[in-house]
Design a protein around this ligand. Structure first.
Ligand code: GCO
Length: 488
């Protein structure tokens, strides 16, 4: 792992294909301008109805991969390939949350939180992604939902957090238009069984990450490196989202339906090449942010993506199906992306290092709450100011195979500063209605295995002991007072 920016979210050598961007080949540097990162809201008080929660994902927590009729997902297959997961681990047990969900719910209730964002595993509900429903899979989520409701916790379910049923991948995965239709069937199966109690739905989690890291860079499941897949994958995921939202709403009229995006400001590396780097950062912005925001809120794709989407990928009626009114937009935010022009890459886009002197997280990303404010302002000004939930934000320990840091003041500081950005965005007019910390328990961080720990609670994988960290207590006090404390 290169801590200087070539990490999953640092956007390792992108290959968008095409060569729409051009320019002179010169030496490239990191960003030089050091933008201000702090926000200074007038008030530190959140309203009474602001939703405080934690977020997780099925594959990262459940374990129990072969239990109760669950079919394999693309991540089951990918994680077992040699050399993929840095510590050689896998998610066969993870935090054991399939079995221990009641313990998870107790921890959430113990912190006095309002909501739990979890994801449903498609291949527990439909082991091959389509056809016969596995009722035992749905029983599990039904019990989980009941356990939350019994403790006054509102369940927020993500329907797709990157774990496509392997059987659908074998037929072509997101390259196939049919996968979008199967996703809508799956959404229907979920709402049919759980919709009487489960009211909040997030259709997709960070489709950009799955599309780019899973299909172009090969660092995530399904591990493909084929730039030709990008256009169909982007479009079919957008279509799946629109069709699933329709299926949910056809199932019941009393739901709150949204979707979650990984929004990152894309900033050009500075210096003499800033002009050319700007072309690259605009290119990344089109793919990373606007390829998802534009279709949902405007029913169009950015012009920069037109080439990628030709050859009949987009059919009549698709854009109307994708353009849905959402009850909320889920925003996941960790860091901005710095970008430079790279003539040796097919896309001409490459990651740049953060500005000199910038404070970095464990991934080498710039810790910059102003980036969250910036994205919320873009959503407010350019996308019709929809209700927003921060569906993920949080901070990893320094990468290590050792135990978690229990006195995690750095995590408290990270959350505090990002919550200042949320308050400032609200003051500017953005209707942000909630904040979900990523994540409750240290869990399986994809190809970083268990070396990256984001939890408010440590999980000892040998003993199964769950130990709250300082940040858990801090978050608990915040959810109770709803007033953001000043710096420690
Ligand atoms: C994501 C995912 C989570 C990650 C988290 C920490 O945003 O990538 O939703 O699965 O674990 O973001 O990197």
């Amino acid at each position: 792992m290169d801590h200087q920016g070539v990490s999953r979210r640092g956007l390792a050598a992108m290959a968008l294909g095409g060569g729409a961007l051009g320019g002179a080949a010169l030496g490239l540097s990191g960003c030089e301008a050091k933008p201000g990162t702090e926000l200074h809201p007038k008030s530190r008080q959140f309203p009474k109805d602001f939703v405080w929660g934690v977020a997780s994902a099925a594959f990262q927590t459940e374990g129990a991969q072969n239990v109760d009729g669950r079919g394999p997902s693309v991540w089951d297959v990918f994680e077992k390939k040699p050399g993929i997961v840095v510590d050689g681990s896998d998610a066969t047990v993870a935090t054991d949350s399939y079995r221990r969900y009641a313990d998870d719910v107790d921890l959430i209730a113990g912190a006095g939180l309002d909501a739990y964002r979890f994801s449903i595993s498609w291949s527990r509900v439909l082991p091959t992604g389509e056809g016969a429903i596995n009722p035992v899979g749905l029983d599990h989520y039904s019990k989980m939902v009941d356990a939350m409701l019994a403790k006054g916790i509102a369940p927020y379910a993500t329907l797709f957090h990157w774990d496509l049923p392997q059987a659908l991948q074998d037929k072509g995965g997101w390259k196939n238009r049919d996968t979008a239709l199967r996703f809508a069937d799956y959404a229907h199966a979920v709402v049919d069984r759980l919709g009487d109690r489960l009211k909040h739905y997030i259709a997709l989690n960070e489709a950009a990450v799955h599309a780019v890291f899973g299909h172009v860079l090969g660092e995530h499941a399904p591990g493909l490196k084929d730039i030709g897949l990008l256009g169909p994958t982007v479009h079919h995921m957008n279509l799946a989202q629109g069709l699933a939202m329709q299926a949910l709403r056809a199932g019941r009229g009393d739901l709150s339906v949204g979707t979650t995006m990984a929004l990152q400001p894309c900033r050009p590396a500075g210096g003499g090449l800033a002009f050319w780097n700007r072309l690259a950062s605009d290119g990344l912005d089109a793919l990373w942010n606007r390829a998802w925001l534009d279709p949902l809120f405007k029913g169009t794709y950015p012009k920069a993506l037109e080439d990628m989407l030709k050859d009949g990928v987009v059919r009549d009626g698709d854009m109307a199906a994708i353009r849905q009114k959402v009850d909320f937009l889920g925003v996941n935010y960790y860091a901005p992306a710095y970008v430079r022009l790279d003539l040796s890459s097919p896309s001409k886009i490459a990651p740049a290092t953060p500005p000199k002197g910038a404070e970095l997280d464990a991934f080498g990303r710039h810790i910059d709450p102003s980036g969250l404010f910036q994205m919320l302002e873009i959503v407010r000004r350019e996308y019709g100011n929809p209700p927003v939930l921060i569906t993920e934000n949080g901070c990893s320990d320094p990468f290590s195979k050792g135990p978690a840091v229990i006195e995690d003041g750095f995590r408290i500081d990270y959350m505090r500063r990002h919550l200042e950005a949320v308050l400032a965005a609200r003051e500017a007019g953005s209707p942000v209605g909630g904040y979900f910390c990523w994540t409750l328990l240290d869990n399986f961080e994809w190809n970083l295995g268990y070396t990256s720990k984001f939890g408010l609670v440590a999980h000892d994988r040998v003993t199964g002991v769950r130990a709250p960290k300082a940040s858990y207590e801090w978050f608990k006090a915040l959810a109770a007072s709803r007033a953001l404390p000043a710096k420690l």
